[in-house]
Design a protein around this ligand. Structure first.
Ligand SMILES: [Fe+2]
Length: 264
């Protein structure tokens, strides 16, 4: 469709390098491939594929090689940003060879894309270092007037679950001061929360995605897995800044998912 970008967001695939490893009972490579297969049936071909972090669970080279296999024949450019389970240098090195891009800024179809690194070394918590905030300000100042999407792994403010909100971007006030002073910011897209999230901050759409493996139950004080199937988010971005979006999920939860898992 003219003037539209078709995007698929896959998030939190938590892949292992070792084929035998499981998390919450799941073979995350298998659920990832199933979710990509679903996207191929329903939303293919996209113009862009975005991976919003926790691409790997164990940060091994092999886990990133397995990720890259899935996109070896991708019809669209694939861009990825790091989550708290990723090791950015390893991710960049392996995915770079596979032509999965780790650029932090790019333009596509009249939109500007700016990806942030919200990771804190040796911690699952989100935070934007001063240099990251400065990078964001500069990227926004240098971008053209086109609509702009910000990608980040951690939720940019609390989503209503106490346990996971301890990991939200810790200095979100500073982040939103910058975003709200740039009228062309239309969307903040994130992962980490393993659940659908769709909200507005003034005119800015704020969107979280399900994981391609296990899901977290929304609005919970303590850790709880959700009996929702793995899935992905699709987006249609118009050149005038309008956004259509939705979630698609597998028809059922994987039978090996252990919903009693006390943590991960
Ligand atoms: Fe995750």
């Amino acid at each position: 469709m003219a003037g539209m970008i078709k995007i698929i967001q896959f998030s939190d695939s938590h892949l292992f390098g070792d084929k035998e490893k499981r998390i919450c009972g799941l073979d995350t490579f298998s659920t990832f491939k199933d979710v990509v297969k679903l996207a191929k049936k329903t939303n293919w071909p996209p113009d862009l594929i975005l991976l919003t972090g926790d691409n790997s669970q164990d940060a091994t080279e092999e886990s990133y090689r397995r990720l890259s296999q899935v996109f070896s024949k991708s019809p669209a450019p694939v861009y990825c940003l790091p989550g708290n389970h990723d090791a950015t240098p390893v991710m960049k090195s392996v995915l770079g060879k596979a032509k999965i891009k780790t650029d932090k800024t790019f333009s596509f179809g009249g939109w500007n894309f700016i990806f942030l690194d919200s990771n804190v070394p040796a911690s699952p918590k989100g935070f934007l270092k001063n240099e990251e905030l400065q990078f964001l300000s500069k990227a926004l100042d240098e971008a053209d007037d086109g609509p702009t999407l910000i990608g980040v792994h951690h939720q940019p403010y609390p989503v209503g679950s106490k346990w996971i909100d301890t990991m939200a971007v810790g200095n979100s006030k500073e982040l939103w001061e910058i975003l709200s002073s740039h009228e062309n910011v239309k969307c903040v897209l994130f992962g980490h929360v393993h659940q659908e999230f769709d909200d507005f901050q003034s005119e800015i759409r704020v969107l979280g995605a399900p994981s391609t493996c296990f899901q977290f139950e929304p609005k919970k004080k303590n850790f709880a897995l959700d009996a929702e199937p793995p899935g992905f988010r699709w987006l249609l971005l118009s050149s005038d800044g309008k956004i259509e979006t939705g979630i698609k999920r597998l028809s059922q939860i994987p039978s090996e998912l252990d919903l009693t898992t006390p943590g991960y």
